[in-house]
Unconditional design. Structure first.
Lengths: 717, 49
């Protein structure tokens, strides 16, 4: 650790969706991803927090959890972090417990449990603005006194109110080290705990912590025994006898802990909270419609359709400006390289053409994330999870799978990582397997290119939106039956009940929405300037070399009867065909011929296996090389629109027919074309087996469906 | 060999080398228990053995 890094660590914990990450961002000045639904944070994130008195601490933002009984891997991360069992972390020096000020009783259960960890605590009552709106008055001084002097701070992290108070309270807590007062357990329960502690000490030779003893006694599925090295059958015998004592105290051993804690909390909160009563008015009325069995899915479909239509409509002009800018740049650069045709082709066809084709989709990405951020931050996405639960429960998953699936629409990697919120390992695996089917934003440019180039000119803007929504649904249509077969017949997942705490509706904060748009735009542009740029250069080289002068001589010798421009175009086309890329594409093309793909599309498909968005820049290069770097060079869309088969039974017909366009989009909707996603799947499933199965299954399915779509549509049109 | 060939060779070689280096770095990060994605978040959540 360097001298400038803080040596003190403070952990931020609380129930899901209480605003921990928002508070974390306010305290550290970072921009950690936040969302108005549970399960956004699935791993620890840290940042530096200034406590105001010269003390700097490392603040750790942890996933939300309802109690210290871990059921899912993300909850286990919290418990490991708090008890100092997380790799490279020591036990925190203090804990900031974030609770929802509008629901103190339920939220304080976790804070009450933390008393057993014997850590200094700061209690933050967040969402104070909503509590005030609901008419709730909270006496923080009285609560602090009843908690033995634990600092209690009222905040509205979303509005940035009370943040200075939290900083001060953390500084004080580290000095005064006030802990949550211990629970007074009934005598027999206390005896049962002593028996467990004695049993552990006798068998492993050291006394366990109080928190470990509670988990061993009260949790039926705890892994604490395994961690301590306390083995069955001796462990089981001691715990069984101790639980019998709890029963004699009048409690069910597995329900004793919450009953005793809540009994204590009810007394603690007497006179602390006053008022309230207008909790649900507006939200409940809106939910009557949005969660309605029939109206709910209809509203959801309408919102999605409207979103994509708006994305196209709003992005149309900015996209034209970018394409115009790319053409202008080509026209400016090309003449200065007239004496070096190879370098001219590299710069104009390769670098500018390839990257420019990719960058043209920036406005659509920006507008898409504007809508997604608004829907998430307003609280609607959690309602969408509730609606989707009906569909998911049919296929053996539950609504908890919705958040990973939803994340998968932006990128499959965070989607797969967020399956950690699912308790059942089999359901987690099935969800992780289904997430890559979701139409991630990397698929968006190819859909947008195909729709703008072929669907819009022939069928109009309405059909363009319908096809776009349809393509986003194709993945879901195959994910559901895939999950059904996997959960019912392969993994045999037991049905899990789905409990989701619906967040309240709120007005999205413009700063957060703009930040999310900026993050995605920066990532998109950065990708264009790095990976896409480098791949574009390689693709250009492979489609430019080798350049055998004999090819040109042969065409010129036979081209007396046609004009010079036609001869030049034939020369360029012949060079591309005999390039390394052309030879490779032609060799592999028979595999994709039943899908209606020519060798150039085949090259694009193959080049896209490491990252699917490469298809656009690859098509940009393969269709630009041969067009030359003329000032009046046509847009990629127009070049593709005019492209025709030059050989085979389809000679003279358009390569990009409706059948081929739909087949190409379906192929990209279903194919496993993302190296990092496959690696993440391997990491999260603990090996390469499921990652390999996913790759083979998705790729084979994509090919089969592309063939089916092409063969059916070509016969109908 | 012309100046043009040399420039193009350097650009293409640099792009290829950079891509290989990047993929090797990502593989190393994954081996060390880091994030498998290319996002560079370096999240490590492996519990202590």
């Amino acid at each position: 650790m360097s001298a400038t890094e803080p040596s003190l660590t403070v952990a931020l914990v609380g129930n899901p969706n209480t605003g921990k990450s928002t508070l974390f961002n306010a305290l550290t000045g970072l921009r950690q991803r936040v969302g108005n639904y549970p399960g956004v944070t699935v791993a620890r994130k840290s940042g530096q927090c200034d406590c105001g008195n010269g003390t700097k601490v490392e603040l750790i933002d942890l996933p939300g959890l309802y109690s210290l009984s871990a059921a899912s891997p993300d909850e286990q991360v919290v418990i490991d972090a708090l008890s100092g069992h997380l790799a490279a972390d020591h036990r925190p020096d203090a804990v900031v417990v974030v609770v929802d000020a509008t629901n103190l009783l339920r939220n304080l259960f976790l804070a009450s449990q933390l008393s057993e960890l014997a850590l200094p605590v700061v209690l933050v009552l967040n969402q104070a603005d909503v509590a005030a709106e609901q008419g709730l008055k909270i006496d923080t001084e009285l609560l602090s006194r009843r908690l033995g002097g634990v600092p209690v701070v009222l905040t509205s992290a979303w509005k940035g109110e009370g943040i200075a108070g939290v900083r001060r309270a953390i500084g004080e807590a580290l000095v005064q080290r006030v802990r949550m007062p211990a629970v007074e357990w009934p005598a027999l329960v206390e005896e049962a705990m002593a028996d467990v502690a004695a049993g552990v000490a006798a068998d492993i030779g050291r006394a366990p912590g109080r928190a470990d003893v509670e988990r061993l006694l009260f949790d039926s599925t705890t892994s604490v025994g395994q961690r301590l090295g306390w083995a069955a059958p001796r462990r089981d015998a001691v715990i069984r006898a101790a639980r019998d004592k709890v029963r004699r105290a009048g409690y069910n051993p597995l329900a004793a802990e919450p009953l005793i804690h809540y009994e204590r909390l009810r007394k603690l909160l007497e006179g602390v909270v006053q008022g309230g009563g207008n909790r649900t008015g507006g939200s409940a009325a809106v939910d009557q419609v949005l969660l309605h069995r029939v109206l709910g899915p209809m509203v959801f479909a309408g919102i999605m359709l409207g979103m994509f239509a708006s994305v196209f409509w709003l992005a149309k002009f900015p996209m034209q400006w970018i394409s115009g800018g790319v053409d202008w740049l080509k026209a400016v650069v090309a003449p200065s390289l007239d004496s070096m045709p190879m370098l001219q082709s590299l710069v104009t066809d390769g670098m500018i053409g390839g990257v420019g084709a990719f960058l043209a989709f920036l406005p659509q990405i920006l507008i898409l994330f504007l809508f997604v951020s608004i829907l998430e931050d307003s609280g609607y996405m959690a309602r969408a999870a509730f609606i989707m639960d009906r569909l998911f429960s049919w296929c053996g998953l539950n609504g908890k799978s919705f958040v990973p699936m939803l994340s998968g629409f932006a990128c499959a990697i965070p989607g797969i990582l967020s399956t950690r919120t699912i308790e059942d390992p089999k359901a987690r695996l099935a969800t992780a397997f289904a997430v890559p089917f979701m139409s991630c934003s990397a698929r968006f440019p190819i859909y947008a290119l195909m729709c703008a180039a072929f669907i819009l000119p022939k069928y109009g803007a309405g059909w363009e939106s319908v096809v776009m929504v349809g393509m986003h649904c194709v993945g879901l249509l195959f994910a559901v039956p895939t999950a059904f077969v996997l959960t019912r017949f392969v993994l045999k997942v037991k049905p899990q009940p789905f409990v989701l705490e619906l967040p309240r509706y709120q007005m999205p904060k413009p700063r957060d929405v703009l930040w999310r748009m900026w993050q995605n735009a920066a990532e998109f542009v950065s990708k264009a300037g790095t990976v896409i740029f480098a791949i574009t250069i390689i693709v250009w080289a492979l489609s430019y070399f080798p350049r055998d002068p004999a090819v040109e001589q042969r065409i010129r010798a036979n081209g007396d009867s046609v004009g010079a421009e036609v001869v030049a175009a034939r020369v360029q086309a012949a060079y591309v065909e005999q390039s390394y890329m052309g030879r490779f594409g032609k060799a592999v093309q028979p595999i994709f011929d039943p899908c209606g793909f020519d060798w150039k599309i085949t090259v694009g498909v193959l080049a896209s296996f490491p990252a699917r968005e490469v298809i656009v820049s690859t098509l940009g290069v393969t269709y630009s090389v041969g067009e030359g770097a003329k000032a009046d060079s046509k847009h990629l869309q127009q070049v593709m629109f005019d492209a025709k088969w030059t050989e085979g039974p389809r000679v003279g017909t358009p390569i990009f027919s409706l059948a081929a366009v739909l087949a190409l989009m379906v192929f990209f909707a279903l194919c496993s074309q993302c190296g990092p996603t496959i690696a993440t799947l391997a990491q999260e499933t603990g090996g390469w087996k499921w990652a390999a199965i996913s790759f083979v299954y998705m790729t084979a399915l994509a090919w089969l469906m592309a063939v089916a779509v092409y063969q059916v549509v070509i016969r109908l049109t | 060999m012309t100046l043009e060939t040399i420039i193009v060779g350097i650009v293409v070689g640099f792009a290829g080398g950079w891509l290989v280096r990047r993929w090797l770095a990502a593989a190393r990060r994954r081996k060390e228990g880091g994030c498998a994605g290319d996002c560079g978040c370096a999240a490590k959540i492996q519990p202590k053995k």
